[in-house]
Ligand binder design. Sequence first.
Ligand code: HEC
Length: 237
Amino acid sequence: MTKVTTVLTFLLTFFTTNPAYTASAQLQLKPVDIDLSDKASLQRGARTFMNYCLTCHSASYMRYNRMGKDLGLTDEQVKASLMFASEKVGETMTIAMRPDDAKKWFGSIPPDLSVISRARGADWLYSYFQTFYLDNKKVMGTNNSTFKNVGMPHVLWQDQGYLQKGTNGDLTRLSEGDLSKDEYDEMARDLVNFLAYIGEPSKIQRLALGKWVLIYLALFFFVAYPLKKVIWEDITK
Ligand code: HEC
């Protein structure tokens, strides 16, 4: 066998048998469509985030006023409806909980969520919020089939209700929440959309700018092409 085929065989075996790579293939992620230009969705996601997540998780790369500007909100609107943990809109999204306490209470420290969307991806996050289920063996009373034995409780249970896990591993509904299934799916999507936004805030401007760059290039073509024709006229004759 040549060296090349040896290396190829090794790589192939590694990627198909290494648990780190096959585990993600077994995990069936639910796909989600996120849209950073959907300001209303981002605003709803921000509200869910501030209400439900910012007690345990920080987003310490994100400032309130930056978020307000990107989401089309004034500083006053941000202060009135989205700021519970801080005083000034120039502050970053930090929390009061001490890491030591968190470790005592949950067994693990809630990570900062600034760039979680880049670490996990949108589909993973969406699936995560869809797959909490009741598990009496856990201290928190719930487990999660996307993140096995997670230390986080199902904080959105009032909205979603509770799911239970059947012997075949499928999750089925045990109790209703305040929201219908579609409404909860929308809530989870808005939240993931917001997490994707804080993971890369400048993407909103890039997308908006990109459109103008393409329009500019298209218009410039109509100037450049006749010009090229004139300049090359004598040479190509
Ligand atoms: C009561 C505290 C608490 C609240 C509230 C909470 N979380 Fe968590 N979260 C945790 C803990 C603790 C972990 C770490 C779990 C582990 O490592 O086992 C965690 C883990 C996570 C993870 C997985 C991180 C990773 O390692 O990939 C994500 C994503 C997440 N939380 C998002 C959220 C979002 C979004 C909200 C709001 C809807 C939220 N959490 C609310 C405590 C909390």
